[in-house]
Ligand binder design. Structure first.
Ligand SMILES: C[S@@+](CC[C@H](N)C(=O)[O-])C[C@H]1O[C@@H](n2cnc3c(N)ncnc32)[C@H](O)[C@@H]1O
Length: 306
């Protein structure tokens, strides 16, 4: 028997539990915020990391645990669900890996990052097949504390580093719900030829001073796709109901002029599952909870016109 392990996001276990319900799934075991499903399971939005083919390994000592893990792979991210000290002593015997914050668009680690936990005193659960090249799905950037006017830029940094590293510069981007200007700044550093930036609020002057930004102070919901021509990236971080965002996205999809979309779906107190599932039904698209997302998720669609 093998398991699929889902590590819920800190303080958001209820979101993952609700997602199990929505998808008609049942978990077999739970310890701390690690959930085990028997056999294979799908990718889950509210898991910060998915561990596939988890197998149980009986160990007789700390050294035995470390050597059995080393036989299976080099890199191991640990999440402890109990026996914390014993687990850490095993981890200390394993090869070290780089945990330093990385720069924007730094190439992703190419070697697999495994996952393990000490499930019982003498029983490890481990796999080398995980959804993230970073230990337990956590990553940090070398932040820019000078230019970005808000920390929202970290979401777009994470997206273009982890989920769209192949995205090429040049072309046109549109950033809706853009103020104070963090995402527009990221798009400018990516050297798009033109960034259309739209918000009801004003954008910061120093972002405008970067040049090649067409700022429009108006509601994004009134935009006409015909006014923009071909768009390489449609980016939205608008604060609005998910259904409203969906209508806007569908308007631009229907125009057939947008190659790629990346949008934050923001929730009020409750996650709007109905709208979320409608986004997921858009062919070829995915929804992830970025490490830099809060009570919101990121929907993206690459190669919409392919
Ligand atoms: C979270 S902020 C965006 C932060 C931005 N991505 C950044 O990096 O600085 C959300 C923005 O959505 C904008 N917004 C809300 N309703 C809007 C609408 N109907 N049209 C355009 N922008 C809207 C707000 O004015 C706000 O600036």
């Amino acid at each position: 028997m093998h398991y699929t392990g889902y590590l819920a996001i800190h303080d958001m276990e209820s979101e993952l539990e609700r997602e199990f319900e929505v998808r008609g799934m049942k978990f077999a075991f739970k310890k701390e915020r690690l959930y085990l499903v028997e056999g294979d399971g799908p990718d889950m939005i509210w898991a910060q990391m998915t561990a596939r083919n988890l197998e149980k390994i009986t160990i007789t000592s700390i050294n035995d645990g470390a050597s059995k893990l080393k036989e299976k792979g080099r890199n191991w991210g640990l999440f402890t669900v109990g026996h914390h000290r014993r687990a850490q002593l095993i981890q200390d015997e394993l090869p070290k890996y780089n945990t330093k914050p990385i720069p924007f668009r730094h190439p992703l680690p190419s070697s697999p990052m495994g996952f393990w936990t000490l499930w019982e005193q003498d029983e490890i659960l481990a796999t080398q097949v995980t959804s993230s090249p970073f230990a337990i799905g956590e990553m940090d950037f070398q932040e820019d504390k000078v230019m970005p006017p808000s920390r929202a830029y970290l979401k777009l940094w994470e997206f273009f580093t982890v989920y769209a590293p192949e995205a090429i510069a040049g072309g046109t981007a549109i950033d809706v719900g853009s103020c104070p200007g963090g995402w527009t700044w990221v798009l400018r550093t990516l050297e798009f030829d033109k960034v259309h930036s739209v918000d009801k609020a004003p954008i910061e002057k120093r972002i405008m001073d970067l040049g090649r930004i067409d700022f429009r102070q108006e509601s994004a919901f009134g935009l006409d796709p015909k006014d923009f021509g071909e768009i390489d990236w449609f980016c939205s971080d608008i604060i609005c109901y998910p259904e409203r965002l969906l209508t806007l996205v569908n308007k631009f999809r229907a125009a057939g002029t947008v190659k790629n979309f990346v949008c934050t779906i923001k929730y009020q107190a409750e996650t709007d599952w109905e709208a979320t599932m409608k986004f997921l039904e858009i062919p070829g698209s995915r929804i992830v909870h970025l490490h830099h997302n809060k009570h919101e998720v990121t929907w993206f669609l690459k190669g919409a016109n392919a």
